[in-house]
Design a protein around this ligand. Structure first.
Ligand SMILES: Nc1ncnc2c1ncn2[C@@H]1O[C@H](COP(=O)(O)OP(=O)(O)OP(=O)(O)O)[C@@H](O)[C@H]1O
Ligand SMILES: [Mg+2]
Length: 275
């Protein structure tokens, strides 16, 4: 690479960093939803927290940095919504009056395309999700990440200063080992852990109302306490969650039980979320 080229790249990088700082200055609070294991309900949690906060009157952004398996757009019934540009900036897809969504799913021509992402490309795409998307003023930005501690959560932790982690787990022992890894990851990167949320925590029998602890219960709370991080609450296994998620309707908006199930966590976000 010539010197001039290197200088151009450096200038571009500095300009992007400036745009990132500007954008973040207009976002009051950011939460990164993460987990050690896949399929524990991160996207479900991110979508429902975002929808519930918008329902309470806040302006909310939802950014899906799961580049390989973006699912939030589908969970909100926004598949096929066109993505618009304003000058050089991408306009997030509106959902209702107060929520905006950005996901790689909306940018791919064909939803069955498997994109092969090398690490640096992923980092670049995620940085652009912040620098080049017109988020505007937001009270809350929720970021949904793929499982584990790879490039995606790492980039968010490094780039989005002030983000806090919401760690989703299921209650069984095997998952609890993974919360420890997620907490350690946050600590290594100086990203505060807002709390641990135990999902799929017990099943309420629809016939007799008895609670069945399918995956055991309470492990998330115990591990959070042992690791010295807040416990946010538990969401039971609800067949309605699958139905509403598959139907593109957030559970907290489509179902009174949904509001109730998420209430404790949403209250904590609303109160403790204020820094
Ligand atoms: N509390 C719950 N009760 C019943 N089903 C649930 C619950 N939470 C999530 N699900 C269902 O579990 C499946 C996985 O959830 P989701 O896609 O949110 O997990 P994820 O952690 O984001 O997965 P990935 O690691 O692949 O990104 C979905 O079908 C979702 O509807
Ligand atoms: Mg997901």
């Amino acid at each position: 690479m010539s010197d001039a080229h290197v200088q151009d790249r450096e200038k571009e990088r500095q300009e992007q960093d400036k745009r990132i700082t500007e954008q973040l200055s207009r976002i009051k609070q950011t939460f990164l939803v993460m987990s050690g294991k896949g399929g524990v309900g991160k996207s479900t949690v991110a979508v429902n927290l975002a929808a519930a906060m918008a329902d309470r009157g806040y302006s909310v952004g939802l950014m899906d940095v799961d580049l390989h398996g973006p699912s939030t757009v589908k969970m909100l019934g926004l598949e096929g919504e066109p993505v618009k540009m304003s000058g050089q900036r991408l306009l997030p897809i509106p959902y209702g009056e107060r929520m905006k969504v950005v996901s790689m799913a909306a940018l791919l021509e064909d939803r069955d395309t498997a994109v092969i992402w090398r690490g640096p490309l992923k980092i670049g795409a995620i940085k652009q999700f912040i620098s080049d998307v017109l988020w505007g003023e937001l009270d809350y930005l929720f970021i949904d990440s793929p499982p584990g501690t790879g490039d995606e959560p790492l980039t968010v932790a490094q780039v989005v200063k002030g983000a806090r982690g919401i760690i989703v787990t299921t209650p069984q022992e095997i998952s609890l080992l993974d919360i420890r890894k997620s907490i350690t990851f946050c600590r290594q990167l100086d990203m505060p852990v807002f709390g641990v949320l135990e999902n799929m925590s017990g099943l309420i029998c629809p016939h007799c109302g008895q609670r069945i602890d399918l995956f055991s219960t309470g492990g998330g709370e115990r591990t959070a306490r042992e690791m010295g991080v807040p416990f946010l609450g538990r969401i039971p296994i609800r067949p309605e969650i699958v139905v509403s998620t598959d139907g593109g309707q957030p559970y907290v908006l489509s179902n009174d039980q949904g509001k109730e199930d998420f209430k404790v966590i949403i209250d904590k976000l609303e109160q403790g979320g204020k820094k």
